[in-house]
Ligand binder design. Structure first.
Ligand code: GLN
Length: 514
């Protein structure tokens, strides 16, 4: 594939995925690699530009992440962000020190508009800062192109060498003109064409898969979620009858969801998937009995999923390729793509069927963000109601039930969630909410119903708005909707006597409860 590539070198910062996203929003293809990636490897990829991310360390300390100074001598434009900026200055002979004043939050920055990076940017522009160290002296050959009240070097550059350093975070939306600055870098400085688009991605992928698979047999694990659905339909476009899709119903899906998946992807639906449904509910429940620790639950569900899948695969016999709907954030959040800390293990990454006889894995969405997967889904002609389905975690309701998972608790959370979704839809506010669901807190408390003492569960309702699922805010749901949902849940769902609304943002919370 002949396309412009920009590489993000990950130094462990929190917003590194956002950097790649913003670059792709400029229609330039971008991938994240660890700072441990060798220079030779980077050269071989022939990138048009390299972006060094932020990170928690101080570059002047001996055990901090670093890179060979040769990186800056390749003639490839480099943009350092925050830690990346400090490291660039430090390695090239500048000075980085701990600052007297830590800068954090939205800060007014004054930029020199003659810089190619700041073309069409306001002279006084709001930027997001988050640093303790600062560039005390710039490296030889550089000039200062931005400053703030507390930060003498908010940006510096060596235009001739195409090296740019910025102390703030243009990838965070709080930096009002951040996307413009990144666009200036990839277009003006790196000279990217900006012609990477979803229709060409889908077309190229289908073609590449067809070539790779040849006459081979393909097996796909279908969960019914957006990612695996898009992967399955892409494969069916590419290889048709050679594909078999196995849907493992682990009993932790939303109410009636297993049946809905079977209707759309089964033999009566519009796709050619050779769809097989495995009803494995009991197996999952017995494995989960007595387990309360969230990471352990995730692992058990992930592993059991693979075991069930393996057994099914054995019945099918040897296949050549195995397809998974892994997407980019799964790869990065599992610590496989870059350097950020593992927050949650992911069922799609690392755990693979060991005894299934296949030659190779195909992960056609491995490099896409969620919204890009949706665009690909639309390109493939998948109906909008499926494509814009709310994200649902692989371990399903298993991680929306705090503590032990039992069939009874699953029933409670399914029923409560169905009521919640129904009322949100009725109120006509579904489109304005990023994600919403009911969860079971595992907390029981005393109540009174029909003059009788009850000792039952509390349901937590969650509704968040988020642009990219990296950060999220709780939604201001109308009181009348909350009241209606609460009274219906308490009346209609047995063993619930209390409903709570979770107003925690992410961070410090996560969107899911476990
Ligand atoms: N750790 C560095 C500092 O405190 C860089 C911070 C960052 O990249 N956000 O200045």
């Amino acid at each position: 594939m002949n396309r412009d590539l920009v590489i993000v070198l990950d130094f462990g910062g929190q917003y590194n995925q956002l950097v790649a996203r913003r670059v792709r929003e400029c229609n330039v293809y971008c991938e994240i690699y660890s700072y441990k990636t060798a220079l030779e490897e980077i050269k071989a990829m022939n990138p048009k530009g390299i972006i060094l991310t932020g990170g928690p360390n101080s570059c002047y300390e001996s055990d901090s992440p670093t890179y060979t100074v040769e990186l800056f001598k390749l003639g490839i434009p480099v943009l350092g962000l925050c830690y990346g900026a400090q490291l660039m200055q430090f390695l090239l002979g500048g000075e980085v020190k701990r600052a007297d004043v830590r800068e954090y939050g939205k800060i007014e920055v004054f930029v020199d508009r003659s810089s190619r990076l700041f073309e069409n940017v306001l002279e006084k522009t709001i930027c997001w800062m988050s640093h303790n160290d600062y560039i005390a002296k710039i490296a030889p050959g550089f000039r200062i192109t931005a400053h703030s009240a507390d930060c003498p070097v908010a940006a510096a550059e060596n235009e001739a060498e195409k090296l740019y350093a910025i102390q703030f975070h243009p990838e965070v939306l709080h930096t009002q003109e951040g996307t413009k600055m990144l666009k200036n870098f990839v277009m003006n400085v790196c000279g990217c064409a900006g012609d990477w688009r979803m229709d060409s991605f889908v077309e190229e992928s289908v073609k590449a898969i067809r070539e790779k698979v040849g006459k081979g047999k393909v097996l796909c694990a279908l969960s019914g979620g957006v990612d695996s659905s898009v992967a399955a339909v892409m494969l069916s476009k590419a290889v048709g009858e050679q594909l078999t899709c196995v849907f493992v119903d682990h009993g932790l899906l939303r109410k009636d969801e297993g049946d809905e998946v079977a209707v759309v992807f089964g033999p009566d639906g519009p796709y050619d998937l050779n769809f097989i449904r495995v009803n494995a509910q009991d197996r999952f429940f017995s494995k989960l009995a007595g387990v309360t620790e969230p990471e352990k639950k995730r692992k058990i569900i992930g592993e059991e999923f693979i075991r069930v899948f393996e057994e099914e695969a054995k019945k099918i016999g040897a296949v050549d390729f195995f397809v998974q709907g892994t997407i980019y954030p799964d790869v990065v959040e599992s610590g496989k793509g870059g350097e950020s800390e593992t927050i949650k293990s992911h069922h799609n990454v690392g755990g693979l069927p060991k005894h299934v006889d296949f030659k190779e894995i195909i992960e056609p969405l491995r490099n896409l963000f969620k919204d890009e997967v949706r665009k690909a889904g639309l390109e493939l002609g998948i109906p909008e109601n499926l494509v814009f389905r709310q994200p649902f975690p692989g371990p399903g309701l298993g991680i929306r039930i705090i503590g032990e998972v039992t069939p009874e608790k699953v029933r409670i959370v399914q029923d409560a969630d169905a009521i919640y979704r129904e009322e949100i839809a009725k109120a006509g506010i579904a489109d304005g909410i990023g994600q919403y669901f009911a969860a079971l807190t595992n907390m029981r408390s005393v109540g009174v119903m029909g003059d009788e003492r009850t000792y039952d569960y509390a349901i937590a309702l969650r509704a968040v708005n988020t642009i990219d699922f990296m950060t999220a805010e709780a939604v201001d749901l109308p009181w009348e909707v909350l009241h209606k949902v609460t009274s219906r849940i308490i009346n209609e769902v047995g063993h619930v006597n209390r409903v709570l609304y979770d107003v925690t943002s992410k961070p410090p919370g996560t969107i899911e409860l476990e």
